[in-house]
Design a protein around this ligand. Structure first.
Ligand code: OOB
Length: 548
């Protein structure tokens, strides 16, 4: 396994292999098998047209050859930062063909996140989309490169003439297929890529997912959902995120010969147009996205009748929202996807009763997922009571990348991952998410680590103390609110604070959306800042403001 990663214990790995859930072969081998089995089937569609399985595989081979020619080698790590365009999928599989490990960055990430990933991993390349959404990714890439000596290669979408950049458009047309025959066969235990954690600590953690674990995760999701060649999956949520990538996601669709459509925007009209154009059957969405789609006045103008499954996850879908989705998209069932980048995927099933589909967040997709619901001492809570969900299994990691100290707390001694989610067992055996223990803000499915932002705010000269908490929001579920005690005589506005935070060059979605200045913070019996009291305070304040 890649250095800095925690393998499954040997005997456990042997069981996963002998039971057949882990199989030989890499993600690239999966695509190649698809190209042999159903070469002409539509595979990948975006605004520029549709590629068949054979075409996608051929492009992947070419780009892999070009990556090798540029100097990338098996086990190198690269920063992959592409939006939902065909190059994302082509590059992703090309890297796997040659055993290169991408860090799955989001297009929203900026200098601060990328520089950190580059330094932590010793990444050798950065692959980005030129000018995507008007942002100068090249300038950012060069700056990141300046602080990361191993990062010698830049790859950009399209074509161009910058001497320090290699362009993907000509690479996709190159005649080379240099990888044929010399492709390293991935060991099932090899790390395929590093996903980003939702994050509860000062810096985001990287999650090593192996070829075998991810393929199993994806395949079992597809099977549970009954996907087949007639399925068309739409990725409008970021493809680099576990929900759209494989749990269930793009990989799950390609594993069963289904079609994948990509939409580079989550604007309601763009999503509707993609559904109509590609006759999409499965739409994964966050509650915030599904609310935006339902609230859009343009919905009636599109033919959305192909939709069969609407997977809602990233955040809890309340029963009332479930009812609204059902009433709005006739012919499609809303299903809960309660997953995490660390592994465990829970789904409600298409054949669950309506009550179970409405009221629970599903159950683990694999019979080999072992979960427990425990109290603070780690003892199982009585059935039906709320406790922390802990889990281990064939596709849940045993450790974050290069995070030994953090891992000691994040996992139990016997290898269970502490999810930080508070759940209870429904009488049917499904899980109901009741809350969470982890200190993060879940902004429409996008996770913000409170500690990460607090550390930045603390470096502002006017700030003496800070606590960032979630405040309720009807669309995003939560938004972040910064409570600040200013230094004597100093003052601060939200605009001023955010201007300061933008100089730290972080992803914009992490900016607080409200600032509350206090003289002192409420504390717990232990004398710690009570975030619970702060959350209640801002929730109460919002309520009275809305009533006024
Ligand atoms: C997904 O993955 P992450 O890694 O961005 O976030 C995981 C966390 C969970 O631990 C939980 O706190 C929350 O997001 N969450 C949900 C949820 N789905 C995720 N909370 C309540 N209800 C749900 N349905 O968010 C993710 C990964 C794969 C599939 C779906 C979501």
């Amino acid at each position: 396994m890649l250095e800095g990663c925690t393998p499954w214990p040997e005997e456990v790995a042997r069981d996963y292999l002998s039971s057949g859930c882990w199989q030989a072969g890499s993600l690239a081998d999966m695509l190649e098998a698809g190209a042999r089995q159903w070469p002409e089937r539509p595979c990948l569609s975006d605004n520029s047209g549709t590629l068949s399985y054979a075409e996608l595989n051929r492009l992947t081979e070419r780009v892999a050859g070009e990556f090798l020619a540029a100097g990338l080698q098996p086990r190198d790590i690269v920063l992959l930062q592409l939006p939902n365009i065909r190059e994302f999928v082509i590059v992703f599989f090309a890297l796997h063909r040659i055993g290169v490990v991408p860090v799955m960055c989001l297009p929203a990430h900026r200098h601060s996140e990328l520089a950190y990933f580059a330094q932590l991993t010793g990444a050798r390349a950065h692959i980005f989309a030129q000018g995507y959404r008007g942002y100068d990714f090249l300038a950012m890439a060069r700056e990141v490169q300046a602080g990361a000596p191993a990062l010698t290669l830049l790859f950009a979408t399209g074509s161009g003439t910058a001497p320090d950049v290699r362009y993907l458009a000509p690479m996709m047309e190159a005649a080379s297929a240099a990888v044929d025959g010399e492709k390293p066969l991935a060991d099932p235990g090899d790390v395929a890529f590093l996903l980003l954690s939702g994050g509860t600590t000062g810096v985001p953690k990287l999650i090593p997912r192996t070829h075998a674990d991810y393929l199993y995760n994806a395949r079992i999701c597809a099977s549970v959902l009954g996907w087949d060649a007639g399925t068309v999956f739409l990725a409008a949520l970021p493809a680099a995120h576990n929900f759209a990538l494989g749990a269930p996601g793009i990989i799950a669709a390609l594993a069963v010969g289904a079609g994948v459509a990509l939409c580079a925007s989550t604007d309601a009209e763009d999503v509707f147009a993609a559904i109509e154009r590609h006759r999409v059957t499965v739409l994964p969405a966050t509650p915030a996205l599904i609310i935006a789609l339902m609230n859009s006045p343009r919905r009636e103008q599109y033919d959305l009748s192909s939709l069969r499954q609407i997977l809602v996850g990233g955040q809890r879908m309340l029963p009332e929202l479930f009812d609204r989705v059902r009433g709005t998209f006739a012919g499609a069932i809303p299903l809960h996807a309660f997953g995490m980048a660390e592994g465990l995927t829970n789904l409600t099933r298409p054949d669950d009763t309506a009550a179970v589909q409405r009221e629970t967040q599903g159950r683990p997709v694999s019979p080999l997922d072992e979960f427990r619901i425990v109290d603070e001492a780690g003892a199982a809570v009585p059935a039906g009571e709320v406790g922390e969900l802990i889990v281990r299994g064939p596709y849940t990691i045993r450790g974050y990348y290069r995070a030994e100290e953090h891992n000691r707390n994040a996992f139990t001694a016997d290898g269970y991952f502490r999810t930080g989610d508070l759940v209870r067992l429904h009488p049917t055996g499904n899980l109901v998410v009741d809350g969470r223990m982890k200190d993060m803000i879940n902004r429409g499915g996008e996770k913000i680590s409170a500690e990460e932002i607090e550390n930045l705010i603390l470096s502002h000269q006017a700030v003496q103390m800070v606590a960032v908490v979630a405040m309720p929001d009807p669309v995003m579920g939560e938004r972040s609110c910064a409570f600040v005690i200013a230094k004597n005589g100093a003052t601060l506005t939200l605009a001023g604070l955010n201007e300061f935070l933008m100089t730290k060059r972080i992803a914009k979605f992490k900016l607080p959306e409200r600032l509350e200045l206090l003289e002192s913070f409420p504390v717990t019996a232990m004398g710690k800042v009570s975030k619970k009291a702060l959350r209640e305070r801002i929730a109460g304040k919002l309520q009275s403001e809305n009533a006024a």
